[in-house]
Design a binder for this molecule. Sequence first.
Ligand code: URA
Length: 242
Amino acid sequence: MRETERLDKILSNFGYGTRKEVKQLVKSGVIKVNGITAKDSGMHVDPVNDVIEIGDEVLCYRKYIYLMMNKPEGVISATYDNRLRTVVDILPDEYKCFDLFPVGRLDIDTEGLLIMTNDGQLAHELLSPKKHVPKRYYVLVAGTVTDQDAAIFKEGVVLDDGYKTLPAHLDIIVSGDRSEIELVIYEGKFHQVKRMFEAVGKKVKYLRRIAMGSLELDKSLQPGECRELTEDEVNLLKSFGT
Ligand code: URA
């Protein structure tokens, strides 16, 4: 159900003046609702779904935003960097006001599914090492990946620093000079996938995250594009955290 509020109340709550002042603003024609100039400061507006503009500013009313991005290579999973482009830099303008941050990290040369949100609680839960949220990757590997590698991954791989990973599931899609693999891991150590293949003497040539739990990367998103998660997808994410 749509919950509506008076336009003057919303604007006043956001510091655009008293109701009387807001009435003047509306009268002057600078307020738009869904692209149409508002005529009546008492009109009812759904602050969650309607777009309210004050001049060329969009009112950022919504509390939590959840996006799925197909992270392109060449940008870093951070909110700010004085040298490199970040995933926040490439967000569409309408999301710039929400203080979104990436949930976890993908390397600069990794593509694929990255959740961006301002819901710190959800991010915390998804990243908790205790939760073991599965992450699925498509991996292009130089060299022949074998069933023996799959068996080693299933046992847990000892990385260069001596850490033994949790059991991981490796599916060989194409085996050859360049092997195509799908790999599911249940944790998120630094450069984990690359280091797991290094541990069996192989080099990752290309890496793309294709799912987190049962949330899959939308195949229609080109690298660099993003879209909001549906309500069902947000609930799916929240269920991983519980
Ligand atoms: N493992 C890696 O090595 N890199 C990533 O970006 C993600 C997982």
